[in-house]
Every structure is written in structure tokens, then in C-alpha cells.
Design a protein around this ligand. Structure first.
Ligand code: GCU
Length: 353
């Protein structure tokens, strides 16, 4: 199936000939720079320091299983100081815990999307921020963090880049939290925020694991030959998620200087989990899965299996591939970040991080 798809969709090579594990870090940096220039826009430098002010703290939340701390992070940017709130859930487990930075659609614990008890019961800490506390999800480049950096040209960052930058600032802060095992911090997001998680993980190798849930177009799904949403659709409706240069590829995927498995490859050799939903035709599960299938040679550089299946086929709804360093599942149902997705993704990462 994979070989046929490579031919049918005219997919570019995954890695250049002769790539080695030693050469991979430079390749990854170049790929990140290419994605910055042609897709998400250029990320400003990290601030010298991030200041955290605790706004509220509850020692025994979630049936007494975890502490809940609300902090406000602030840091200097080109045009002044920027700050946003983050919620931390710290299980009482007597030792530093692995943690997931969750880029959220909603404020802390308001909706489905965050099964906090299940996360805590698996021994994970959680750091949540609401993406619209960073910048509004619209074309207003004067909103939030967008106003803090001058826009210089066709590679000026889009909103996905801004949300990803915020995820890295949360990670800066986590490095000062003794309850968190900073070698084991993953980043997770759903849909547009799944694209964001992939971009955050590609740029910031301090993230020890990456989870993309239903990220679809310009996320995990191969663009060439994709069904459902296309580069043209996403650039028409959400141009502000990307830099202006990405517009060049509308109805012109063949000209893209990368494919989405290159974005995923930037996570290597770290564990990567990609989740799809069977009825999420807009995201196109088969194209999300195909990206995962093409990572074998990348993880192979490090002596690791990616999916690790000899002739991988898209699993039936409810099915999962989780033998290697890249995990994939196809949840039955529609576009959503469900408990099913959280629990499986975190189980997978827990054993590898
Ligand atoms: C739209 C968009 C997708 C995106 C999704 C979401 O459907 O077309 O690309 O992933 O919104 O973020 O929920």
C-alpha cells in the first residue's frame, strides 16, 4: 500500500541519499527553517528568561490526588512584555512526574477535552494554556502576542507559530518546577492545535514526545493526493494560521518543498503519536497514517522502528499500531479529542519517555 501511494501521489523522498544519524540534526534544522519560511513563518528568538507569578494554588484538588496551581508567565519580546496564564496539575506521586503541555481550545477544565483525573491517574502532570490567551484565532495581528513582534515580510509568523512559541515558554517555566521531570515533557494538541503541537515539537527538541490528534491538513496528513481539506481550502479560510508564502501552494501541492512526513520526521528520534478518527474525512485519516508509514527510514537511522510493521495497512476503526517509536490509532467516531485519545497517547508515551 505504501509503495503504491508513493507512486500514485508522486511523493518526494523522505531523506536525502546517504543520510546518517550524525547528519540528522543539521537536516532537521534545515527542515525547520524551510517550514518556517514556506509554511508557519519565522519564530522569534526565545526570551532570556520567563517570570512566573503564582496567582492561586490548591493543594488537594481532584479528589486530593493532585495540586492545582495557576500561574501567569511573563517575558520580554521585541515590543514589550507579554504575559499569559497557565494551569498546572501536579499529581502527588512523591517524585518528579512526566508532564504534558496541552495547548487547549478552552480555559482550564471547562469542557470535555481535558480528562484530568485519567491523566493524573496515569502519573502525568499537566500544564494547560488556552490558545486564545496567547492570541485570538483570527486575522487580527494586533491581538496578544501578535502585537509584540514587527511583521517584516512574507515569512512573518502566523498564529500557529505563535501558539507553538507559547508552548515553548510553558516548557521554559516547567524547567523551574521541581515536581516535574523536565526530561519527560511532551506536547499535545488537537486539530489546529495538533498542527501547533507538531510545529512546537519540531522546533523545540526539549519536548521529549509529541502528540498530534486529528491534525489533518498541514498537520500530520500528507498534502499531495489528500482528500477532504486541501492546502487551497485551509489557505482560503485560515490564511492567518500560516505565513504569506504558504499561499503559493494553493492548488499547487506538487510545488511544496516538503511533505508533512518531513514535519513529523523532525520529532525523531523522540516518540511521536498520531491519532485519527474514523469519521474525520476532512482531516483524512489515510493521509495521516501514510505520513507515519514513511518514517521508518528516519527512525531507522537511530536503530529504532517507527511504526515497526512490515506492510502497514490503515487499521480498522478501534485499531492501533504501537510497537515502535511512532504510534497510531484510528478511533471510531468523529473529529474530537476524547478520553480514548488521551489515554492511549499517554500510555504510549509513558513507556518511551
Ligand atoms: C477546521 C480546519 C481544520 C482544523 C479544524 C480545527 O476544520 O479546516 O484544518 O484542523 O478546523 O482546528 O478544529
Amino acid at each position: 500500500m505504501v509503495q503504491e501511494e508513493i507512486v500514485r501521489r508522486k511523493l518526494p523522498q523522505v531523506l536525502p541519499e546517504g543520510m546518517t544519524a550524525q547528519g540528522f540534526a543539521a537536516w532537521r534544522r534545515d527542515m525547520v527553517a524551510l517550514y518556517a519560511r514556506e509554511c508557519f513563518g519565522v519564530t522569534p528568538p526565545a526570551p532570556a528568561s520567563v517570570h512566573a507569578e503564582t496567582m492561586a494554588e490548591q493543594q488537594d484538588d481532584w479528589a486530593g490526588k493532585a495540586a492545582h496551581r495557576e500561574v501567569r508567565l511573563s517575558f520580554e519580546m521585541e515590543k514589550g512584555e507579554f504575559s499569559f496564564p497557565v494551569h498546572l496539575v501536579l499529581p502527588h506521586c512523591g517524585q518528579p512526574c512526566p508532564c504534558v503541555v496541552y495547548i487547549s481550545f478552552t480555559p482550564y477544565a471547562t469542557a470535555g477535552y481535558q480528562p484530568i483525573e485519567e491523566i493524573v491517574d496515569q502519573g502525568w502532570a499537566l500544564a494547560v494554556f488556552n490558545y486564545e490567551d496567547v492570541t485570538a484565532d483570527n486575522g487580527d495581528m494586533g491581538s496578544g502576542i501578535a502585537a509584540m513582534v514587527s511583521r517584516k515580510g512574507s515569512d512573518s509568523w502566523g498564529k500557529i507559530g505563535m501558539w507553538a512559541y507559547a508552548a515553548s515558554r510553558v516548557l521554559d517555566y516547567l524547567h523551574t518546577v521541581p515536581e516535574v521531570d523536565t526530561r519527560r515533557v511532551a506536547v499535545l494538541g488537537h486539530s489546529r492545535l495538533g498542527k501547533t503541537a507538531l510545529w512546537a515539537g519540531a522546533q523545540d527538541t526539549r519536548f521529549a514526545g509529541v502528540v498530534s490528534n486529528d491534525s489533518g491538513c498541514s498537520g500530520a496528513a500528507v498534502s499531495r493526493g489528500k482528500v477532504g481539506e486541501s492546502v487551497d481550502d485551509i489557505c482560503r479560510v485560515f490564511p492567518y494560521w500560516f505565513c504569506e508564502n504558504y499561499q503559493k501552494y494553493r492548488k499547487n501541492e506538487a510545488a511544496l518543498p516538503f511533505e508533512q512526513y518531513h514535519l513529523l520526521a523532525c520529532a525523531a528520534p523522540r516518540p511521536l503519536y498520531v491519532a485519527s478518527a474514523s469519521q474525520d474525512e476532512w482531516a483524512d485519516p489515510a493521509s495521516e497514517f501514510l505520513s507515519c508509514c514513511l518514517l521508518e527510514e528516519v527512525y531507522g537511522l537511530f536503530g529504532l522502528p517507527a511504526l515497526g510493521a512490515p506492510n502497514p495497512e490503515l487499521p480498522a476503526p478501534g485499531g492501533r499500531l504501537s510497537m515502535g517509536q511512532v504510534g497510531y490509532h484510528l478511533r471510531p467516531g468523529t473529529h474530537y479529542l476524547s478520553r480514548y485519545d488521551w489515554v492511549r497517547a499517554l500510555q504510549f508515551l509513558r513507556m518511551r519517555m
